[in-house]
Design a protein around this ligand. Sequence first.
Ligand code: CDP
Length: 273
Amino acid sequence: MSTEKRPDALINAEGLRFDGRRPDELRPIQMEVGVLKSADGSASIRQGKTYILAAVYGPRELHPRHLTLNDRAYLRCVYRMATFSVSDRKRPAPSRREREISMVIANALEPALFLEDFPKAVVDVFIQVIQADGGTRCAAINAASLALADAGIPMRSLVPAVAVGKADGTLIVDLGDEEDKYGEGDIPLAVLPKTGEITLLQQDGSFTREELLEAVQLGVNACKYLHELQKDALKRAYAKRTPEDDDEDDEDDEDFEDDLETDLGESDLMEDE
Ligand code: CDP
């Protein structure tokens, strides 16, 4: 749970953060893939005390139809915080912050996806914050990109994300809640590791030009490490799957293709085949 009071110092005399981390050290991170039975793809992430689930459905028929895009699939992301995810009860109605973060997450993920392969369809990404302790939008991107890969959505790459901030004048990586609340600012960013393309860059607080450039470099380096964790999580999930699971998946794929044909008619989806 978050402390209500500002810690005496966010950076101590030894240059360590109040939770003992070095400025460029991430929190302990656990990622897991295939955690939900009913979703086409799913993943969880624990990043420090932040705990998030992501579920992906699709590509599937889009409702309401007026949102249909003729040249690509619509990536519909919904980021929600559970009422019990923060120390003050979060009101259950979707807040402006949740709507904004949903959009920001979709924008960060979209460049990694071949949405043009699925015109008129939707890929639904549901993100539920179970426990919030700072850095939820970035942790959500880490988990959502794993869930998309688990759902077999064609991707250019996974999308690692992390926030870099400033506390007591020092740049720090992967902010916890207190650092987010009482620090001098934060810069959440997401990167496509293969190309170095930055798909999310926001800034809260003030940074000099030099600080901003250094913060981006620190974030990109941290994303390389997060990308390795993401790949490990995917490998672990696939190593666990038995040949029977694969047979079932093949059957599911056939059912899915039949459903898609029925749902979308003789759609553009089949054009390339
Ligand atoms: O979570 P993230 O850093 O991406 O977004 P934020 O809007 O900067 O929120 C920072 C942190 O504030 C969250 O991670 C939560 O720990 C906390 N928060 C909260 O306590 N109550 C809310 N209604 C929203 C956020």
